[in-house]
Write a protein that binds this ligand. Structure first.
Ligand code: 13P
Ligand code: SF4
Length: 316
């Protein structure tokens, strides 16, 4: 009996399928994606890769919105996710009916939504952005004199607002993983490692972002570990990212930013429970059965495509 990875490789070939993985999924899935001509990346590059691929089927190891984004950009392809229950608190916090009402109340504002949203919310938006592109897009819109309605992540929205000075009205969603990082405990940890650089994903609270040497997307944080002179890094994002960080800088020391402290409900919980639902077993099962296919209403797909394509063209 061949190994599970060999079976997945055979299924990928037989289905002309490609595996596209996020940095937060297991190291086994990341390794397999790269070994089979797929990609491991941040959400922006996952979207771009799927669109440019010649494969008939895109298998997304990540969360639901990543699968939907792949489908929106490649409606003619089959897009499979490993578990349809793998969602994102930002997506769940922003239901289309309430969001649409909010937009209707502010018709003078340009609607910009984070990629971590449903296809319907993306279809209601003028622009979709990711953590790697939000600052540039908002700066561009601000220079055109636009006022922004932003959803769903209040922390990322607040960070972008502070950096750009744009007029932004914020939806109040948050990421359950990044929201748990604690500034007090992080400052204490830094005191033990004064030479360490602090890397923070901008879904984290302002008090944590304020302590950062680098604030950026998952790709930006990995590049910082690779390129900066420091030998020790304290990392405030999902700990799935450590796999790629160790690969690009094997001799550097990586420390998880603390989630302990007043109000925390865990000591070190920096791992997204939905990303953790992706594994080799459900990857193989999905490929064998063709289950977990993403389906999106054609008119929603068309409208959402316009707002994502703007981003891809803007960041090309
Ligand atoms: P990136 O776009 O930086 O990969 O972030 C996606 C995400 O869900 C972070 O929690
Ligand atoms: Fe969503 Fe947070 Fe999980 Fe990213 S880490 S998928 S933002 S819940």
């Amino acid at each position: 009996m061949s190994s599970i990875t060999d079976q997945i490789k055979a299924e990928l070939t037989a289905n002309n399928a490609v595996l596209v993985a996020h940095y937060y999924v297991s190291s086994e899935l990341q390794t397999l994606a790269e070994a089979t001509g797929g990609i491991v990346s941040d959400s922006l590059e996952m979207a771009r890769f799927g669109q440019n691929s010649d494969a008939d089927t895109i298998v997304v190891a990540g969360v639901k919105f990543m699968g939907e984004t792949a489908k929106i950009l490649s409606p003619e392809k089959t897009v499979l996710v490993l578990d349809t229950e793998a969602t994102c608190s930002l997506d769940e916090d922003c239901p289309i009916d309430e969001f649409s009402k909010f937009c209707d109340q502010h018709p003078e504002r340009t609607v910009v939504v984070y990629a971590n949203t449903s296809a319907e919310v993306k279809a209601r938006a003028d622009w979709v952005v990711t953590s790697g592109s939000a600052l540039k897009v908002i700066e561009h819109l601000k220079n055109q004199g636009k006022k922004i309605l932003w959803a769903p992540d209040k922390h990322l929205g607040n960070y972008v607002q502070q950096e750009t000075g744009a007029d932004m009205l914020l939806w109040q969603g948050s990421c359950v993983v990044h929201e748990r990082f604690k500034a007090d405990a992080l400052a204490n940890l830094k005191a033990y490692h004064p030479d360490a650089a602090i890397l923070v994903h901008p879904e984290s609270p302002q008090s944590v972002v304020d302590l950062a040497d680098v604030v950026g997307s998952t790709t930006a944080l990995i590049n910082a570990v690779r390129d900066r002179d420091e030998q020790v890094f304290i990392v405030a994002t999902d700990n799935g990212i450590f796999h790629k960080m160790r690969e690009v800088a094997p001799h550097k020391t990586l420390i998880e930013a603390p989630t302990a402290g007043v109000g925390a409900d865990c000591v070190s919980c920096a791992h997204c429970e939905w990303m953790a639902m992706n594994n080799l077993e459900n990857c193989l099962n999905t490929l064998k059965t063709g289950n977990n296919e993403i389906k999106i209403d054609a008119s929603v797909n068309h409208q959402a495509q316009n707002s994502i394509q703007k981003l891809l063209d803007f960041t090309a």
